[in-house]
Write a protein that binds this ligand. Structure first.
Ligand code: UD1
Length: 357
């Protein structure tokens, strides 16, 4: 029996593959590599010494995806795949609705057909919109403020309805706060295409000399120093959270929602200082206008995940900075060696390119 991991080559997906393999799970990755590189999976194999079956296909291609269900014994699905750039989602909302929502429906239909009713879904703290109070609990009001966030919220609602229609399902929705950091090996990490939108990848690109200076979006928020506060969580802690969530999903039924964060908030200036202290690299910055749609403060109450999943984030902001920097400094251009799918280093992986009929 295997765990199907959609979007397994991405930032959170690849780190989760490592933790699943370390726990002895057999995994099958489905990815279209639209925003990730197969090389990340080469490296997952290198780190773990384990085997992954990889299908290079688009989840919108339901016929090919069905073959994956037909020829494998799948026990559960962890669904990471999806588009995630807020700005792009505003410019091209249909692309986001089609990709994120349609693919989730296709997967759930196939899961239902093949009686695989165990699902862990990647949601986001974005569903809390601009929170009125912190820390944010799973019961705090939800409100999407852009199409990307709306896709996450709509999918959460679709999954709730799915359970109502068939209560054999076991669905766990994980609302991530701000994942940063990288695997401590420095072999895998975040590899955004183009200029990064998010804070830590921007900082590391400045540190490595590819961008001139960080722009800090606003310094007049009601926070410790006027800059925005977020709950940064080490991606390895987040990945481990998926293993705990999967274990519980396999044993129960129902729909459960958990915040995955640390419960601590750091301002942008505090992150910059932590990065400089952890790495010894100075980050030049200038203060600019606030970014539209940014909350002042956002951090989680994580007690539900602690109590019910027995999971807690363990790594510090220093670990996050050190590990982000190790990845970026060892791989200044990310996964440049685009070794793709024919490379013999994939010897421990098996790659199937699904034939197009
Ligand atoms: C962003 C998305 C959110 C998404 C999350 C995924 C927006 C408005 N929000 O969250 O929907 O779920 O990424 O990881 O895009 N900052 C700077 N300069 C920068 C980049 C960021 O000052 O160049 C500040 C931001 O104003 C914010 C903090 O750093 O206060 C974190 O920003 P970011 O890493 O983009 O995460 P979020 O805005 O929390």
């Amino acid at each position: 029996m295997a765990i199907l991991v959609t979007g397994g080559a991405g930032f959170i997906g690849s780190h989760t593959c490592i933790e699943l393999l370390n726990e002895g799970y057999e995994i099958i990755v489905v990815d279209n590599f639209s925003n990730s590189k197969p090389e990340s999976l080469n490296r997952v194999c290198e780190i773990t010494g384990k085997y992954i079956m990889i299908y290079h296909l688009d989840l919108l291609d339901s016929e090919s995806l069905e073959k994956v269900f037909l020829v494998n014994q799948i026990e559960a699905v962890i669904h990471f795949a999806g588009l995630k750039a807020v700005g792009e989602s505003i410019k091209d909302s249909l692309k986001y609705y089609k990709n994120n929502i349609t693919t989730t429906i296709i997967i759930c239909e196939l899961m239902q057909k093949y009686n695989v009713k165990k699902l862990v879904f990647s949601s986001s703290a974005t569903v809390y919109g601009l929170p009125d109070t912190v820390p944010i609990t799973e019961g705090s009001p939800v409100q999407a403020i852009n199409p990307y966030g709306r896709t996450k919220l709509m999918i959460e609602e679709i999954l709730q309805d799915l359970y109502i229609s068939d209560n054999e399902w076991s669905i766990t929705i994980l609302r991530y706060f701000n994942p940063i950091g990288a695997h401590e090996s420095g072999l895998i990490g975040e590899d955004p295409s183009g200029i990064p939108n998010n804070l830590m990848p921007y900082i590391t690109k400045v540190a490595v000399g590819q961008l001139k200076e960080l722009q800090i979006f606003g310094k007049s928020y009601s926070t410790v120093d006027g800059t925005g506060v977020r709950d940064y969580i080490h991606v390895v802690d987040l990945a481990i959270g998926h293993v705990f969530a999967l274990d519980k999903t396999l044993k129960t039924s129902g729909v459960k929602i958990y915040n995955l964060g640390t419960g601590k908030g750091y301002s942008v200036l505090e992150v910059v200082s932590a990065f400089e202290a952890a790495t010894g690299v100075k980050i030049p910055f200038k203060i600019t206008q606030p970014r539209t749609g940014d909350a002042a403060i956002c951090y989680a109450n994580t007690s539900k995940a602690e109590k019910e999943l027995n999971w807690i984030a363990k790594k510090s902001i220093q670990d996050m900075c050190e590990d982000s920097w190790r990845w970026q400094s060892h791989n200044p251009n990310g996964y440049t060696k685009n070794e793709e799918l024919e490379n013999p280093r994939l010897i421990r992986s098996e790659v199937f390119l699904m034939p197009k009929n």
